[in-house]
Design a protein around this ligand. Structure first.
Ligand code: 6PG
Length: 245
């Protein structure tokens, strides 16, 4: 898969670049008469990006009723809990853009990790078809300072999953049990964009780009879409130095 790295100096250009690229991709897919299917990540980075997308969309020709939203992972909390990724995306993107609820497929974390994972796999199959012949056009992921992405944590069982599309992920740093999409699904996306900013991630970025391939230690390295494009969007003080600390 082709790898592209985009370096953006400050937070504003980071958020603007992603918002513009996102809207361009949605318009391009819609111009082919398709409903675009997108996987959104959680955490804090997407908050400002989503708000920039909303800001830019006022003069874009995007039909937000023709976008289908899935989630890369979720904490096992109710959907109105302050730690819920769904709640963050609902407040910063879904509600402002009036994306219809029927197009939004959240992970029902409140059911507990195993039941939520099983139910989510059924939702994925329903939307994408059992054979999964069609895939997601885009996954917008983040990366933690430990190299995790989605809720694929270093040394976890979830990174070894080769068949299931959604599995229990163990506990996240905030203490909640989690559910995560797995490499078999994430690596079937047509495009995967990593949105990474903040100096605290510099050593994880070095390992991601320059480290020997070891998804056990740096799960973000395990994301390599077989027939898709992988983009690392790095901003806010990150650089590409090769020395691994
Ligand atoms: C989550 C996310 C997770 C996130 C990274 C980066 O549920 O926490 O899906 O993978 O993308 O932890 O988070 P920040 O954007 O907050 O640094």
């Amino acid at each position: 898969m082709p790898l592209k790295i985009v370096l953006l100096g400050d937070k504003d250009s980071f958020n603007t670049h992603i918002a513009e690229e996102f809207i361009d991709l949605v318009k391009a897919v819609q111009s082919q008469g398709e409903d675009i299917r997108i996987i959104l990540g959680g955490g804090k980075t997407p908050i400002d990006v989503n708000e920039r997308i909303v800001h830019y969309t006022s003069n874009s020709k995007v039909d937000w009723s023709r976008i289908v939203i899935f989630f890369s992972d979720e904490r096992c909390v109710p959907p109105d809990h302050s730690d819920s990724n769904y709640k963050m995306v609902r407040k910063t993107l879904l509600e402002p853009l009036k994306i219809p609820g029927k197009n939004v497929f959240r992970i029902e974390g409140e059911l507990g990790p195993e039941r939520a994972a099983m139910k989510y796999e059924k939702k994925i199959a329903r939307v994408l078809g059992e054979g999964l012949e069609s895939v997601f056009e885009l996954a917008l992921l983040g990366m933690g300072a430990d190299g995790h992405t989605a809720s694929l944590f270093p040394g976890s069982k979830a990174i070894k999953e080769t068949k299931r599309f959604a599995v229990p992920a163990g506990k996240g740093p905030e203490g909640h049990e989690r559910v995560t999409l797995t490499y078999p699904l994430l690596n079937r996306c047509k495009e995967v964009w990593f949105m990474i900013r903040g100096k605290e991630k510099q050593s994880a970025v070095r390992r991601l780009i320059h480290g020997s391939f070891n998804p056990e230690k740096c799960p973000a390295q395990g994301i390599s879409p077989a027939d898709g494009e992988l983009v690392y969007i790095l901003g806010d003080g990150l650089n590409l130095t090769s020395s691994i600390s």
